[in-house]
Design a protein around this ligand. Sequence first.
Ligand SMILES: OCc1cccc(Br)n1
Length: 446
Amino acid sequence: LTPNAVGAGGRAGALSPAPITEDLQKIDVNPPKGTRDFPPEDMRLRNWLFYHFREVSRLFGFEEVDFPVLESEALYIRKAGEEIRDQLYCFEDRGNRRVALRPELTPSLARLVIQKGKSLSLPVKWFAVGQCWRYERMTRGRRREHYQWNMDIIGVHEVSAEAELISSIVTFFKRLGITASDVGFKVSSRKVLQEVLRHYSIPEALFGKVCIIIDKIEKIPVDDIKNELKSAGVSEEAIEQLLQVLSIKSLTKLEEILGDAGEAVADLKQLFSLAEKFGYSEWIQFDASIVRGLAYYTGIVFEGFDRGGKLRAICGGGRYDRLLSTFGGDDIPACGFGFGDAVIVELLKEKGLLPELSLQVENIVCALDPGLQGAAATVATILRGKGQSVDLVLENKPLKWVFKRAARINANRLILVGDSEWQRGMVGVKILSSGEQHEIKLDELE
Ligand SMILES: OCc1cccc(Br)n1
């Protein structure tokens, strides 16, 4: 081959690499805007977090489920003007179907419950950990995906279901070292709004839209809230009463305003009573301004907040008794929550509660000469068969390199396969923490 000659599709000339053809161009190695890669150190933290999500779900007797990330857009088309709708990551697929990357898990769960129908024995207690998406203009530099832990109880009318769900989140926080001094739950009920709107004969059809407007009360000026409520058809008198009720932070005060005949006060009293029995009274407080930003909630709603006031809501949930019937299913009561994987990590960082997670491999196995690479593979396989993790050195490397790698992967032991030892059915073992070294018979290795 003459220098630089490249046979048709063949290897480059022996003297120099093939010229870069126009097909090769440097791709953008970053993930798409608003999305994250999980390199090993981040994946260890994510796995640690998800381990606790799953452990708490197991402690509460919930079964894991999952659904496609891609769903029919129809699951999320609600007319109440939710932000989740405005940011839907939706498109038309090659079959001209309107589809969307799921922005939340609850509609998928409702769909599966309906699909399973009578084959399910109620109550259903399901949990899921899944990636959810939104297409938000990157002006605010916010993410377009996060992972959410959801727990849902389907088929229980009583407030004991919401009390159980809040207990599961308290259990999760405690496992991570987070206390009631760090976070709390603001709890209310949409029945508070419902009773005020009914008192002013505001049509039920406006309920979802009013809730979505009210949910912005901390985010936009109160005059904008008033204007949006007026445009939605709520009278000025009703608006004033609504805003007054929403400022209530005590159940006693709420009872004075609404009376004790309504479901709102009764449900909330029951929840606070159960909270005492579960032992998490210090974690929850009534706050009538909490409505949550999803149109389908119908009763108790709650959100976890950091008492330092620096972070966005940590988690949130509530009762959604009408969602299944709006999907054409039976009228089955339901409640659940979503817990994102981002704010909790910010909180853990702030509290100094992030765990030290490093790669840990029990053994590094190395052949002392190229002819023993097969023997090293045999040793690795024996150890792995006994449940021991092994980093097998796959190339002929100097010992200095092996020791450096052993330190980087935090190996406990270095297993050396040398010719003379191998001839005697032995291998060398070095305990890396102490430096202690000995030989051991292959069949005694464990
Ligand atoms: O919290 C609402 C939400 C939904 C999907 C993706 C992201 Br990031 N955030």
